[in-house]
Design a protein around this ligand. Structure first.
Ligand SMILES: C[S@@+](CC[C@H](N)C(=O)[O-])C[C@H]1O[C@@H](n2cnc3c(N)ncnc32)[C@H](O)[C@@H]1O
Length: 316
C-alpha cells in the first residue's frame, strides 16, 4: 500500500500565501476598519480566513448557478482530447474557480475519485497542492500525460480503492483545506444507454468507469449511498475543522420505485456524519451539450444538463 507521507517527502509544494501577510507588509491601502484596497484596486477584508478573494470576487461566487461553455478543442480545453477517454471529465477551469473560493494559495485539496484529474489540474492552475486517488491506473496515467503536455505541476496521485484512505494517510491528522470530488453518480454510467446515442451505435451499450467490482459506480442505489458515506467519513477525518467538502452529483431518471434524486439522498445520507453540516448547493449548467429527443413522441424524459455542486462544512 502506498503511504502518503512518503510521497509528501518527495513533493515540492506551492508555498502558502495569505493576502493578509501582504497587508501587514504595507502593500495594501487602508480603507476602513476591516477593508483594504489591494494593488489590483479591489477591496479586501482582513477578517477573511477562507480565501484570497476580494469582496467583489467573493460575491460573484455566491450566484447559485454556474453556466459554462468551455471549449473542447485547442489550448483552452486543457487537454480535453486526452481526458475525453473518461466518460465524465470535469473542466479544470470550473474546478479552479471552486478551489479559489474555498482555499488560500498553497492550501491542500483532496479528491478521492480523481478520474483524469479535473480537480488536480484546477489546483495546479491556481497554485494549490492536491492529492488524488482513483481505482483506475489508466485514468491517473492520462492525468499525468495532460499535466506534462500543459506544463502544469504534477500533483500527488495514488491508484487505490478510496475505502483504503486510512491506510494511505495513517495518522496524518487534519491536513486538508478542501475536499473537492466528483464520485460516480451511482450506477448511471454502467446502465445501458438509450435514445440517440444508442441508435447511433446500433445497440444498447454502457460506458462504466471501470469493470472493477470495487468501483462504486457498479453497485445498486442503497449500497452506493452507504459506500459513498463510508469513504467520505474516512476522508473527513483528514479535513481541517471549519473547512469544506464539495461534491458534484447528477440525478438519475426517476423510476416507478423511487424519485432517484440522488443529490437529495446524498445530502440525507452524508448528514448522518456527525461532523458534517450541509450548507447548500450550486447548480452547474454545462451548455456544451446536445439536446436529445428522449421519450418522443410518447412521454416526458428530461435532458439533464445540470449537475449539483453540494457544499458541506466540517464543524468545529
Ligand atoms: C465521475 S468520475 C470522476 C471524474 C473526474 N472528476 C475527472 O475530472 O476526470 C468518478 C471516478 O471514481 C472512480 N472510482 C469509482 N469507485 C472508486 C473507488 N472505490 N475508489 C477510488 N476511485 C473510484 C472511477 O474510476 C471514476 O474515475
Amino acid at each position: 500500500m502506498v503511504k502518503f507521507k512518503e510521497l509528501l517527502n518527495k513533493f515540492e509544494p506551492f508555498p502558502f500565501r495569505d493576502f493578509r501577510d501582504e497587508i501587514k507588509k504595507g502593500s495594501y491601502k487602508k480603507k476602513s476598519k476591516f477593508s483594504y484596497i489591494g494593488p489590483d484596486g479591489e477591496v479586501y477584508d482582513i477578517r477573511n480566513e477562507l480565501n484570497n478573494l476580494s469582496g467583489r470576487k467573493w460575491l460573484f461566487f455566491l450566484n447559485s448557478i454556474e453556466i459554462t461553455n468551455y471549449p473542447t478543442t485547442g489550448k483552452e480545453s486543457y487537454g480535453h482530447e486526452l481526458r475525453k477517454i473518461h466518460p465524465s471529465p470535469k473542466p479544470p477551469q470550473l474546478m479552479k474557480n471552486i478551489i479559489e473560493f474555498f482555499t488560500k494559495e498553497g492550501g491542500w485539496v483532496f479528491d478521492p475519485f480523481m478520474g483524469v484529474g479535473g480537480t488536480l489540474l484546477g489546483a495546479s492552475l491556481c497554485r494549490r497542492n492536491a492529492v488524488g486517488i482513483d481505482i483506475s491506473k489508466k485514468y491517473i496515467e492520462v492525468y499525468k500525460e495532460v499535466s506534462k503536455k500543459l506544463g502544469l505541476k504534477e500533483q500527488i496521485t495514488i491508484v487505490e480503492d478510496a475505502k483504503n484512505i486510512p491506510l494511505i494517510f495513517e495518522d496524518l491528522g487534519e491536513f486538508f483545506d478542501l475536499i473537492l470530488t466528483d464520485p460516480p453518480y451511482c450506477n448511471m454510467q454502467a446502465r445501458p444507454k438509450t435514445g440517440d446515442k444508442a441508435k447511433k451505435r446500433g445497440k444498447r451499450f454502457s460506458t462504466p468507469f471501470t469493470t472493477n467490482p470495487r468501483d462504486i459506480g457498479n453497485i445498486n442505489y442503497n449500497a452506493y449511498l452507504q459506500a459513498l458515506k463510508e469513504i467520505i467519513e474516512k476522508a473527513v477525518q483528514y479535513l481541517k475543522k471549519r473547512k469544506y467538502i464539495v461534491i458534484f452529483i447528477k440525478d438519475l431518471q426517476p423510476d416507478k420505485n423511487h424519485h432517484n434524486m440522488l443529490h437529495a439522498d446524498i445530502v440525507s445520507t452524508l448528514s448522518e456524519i456527525r461532523s458534517l453540516k450541509f450548507k447548500g448547493y450550486k447548480i452547474w449548467f454545462d451548455k456544451a451539450q446536445n439536446l436529445y429527443p428522449f421519450g418522443y413522441p410518447f412521454s416526458y424524459v428530461s435532458n439533464q444538463f445540470h449537475q449539483f455542486i453540494l457544499i458541506f462544512r466540517k464543524e468545529a
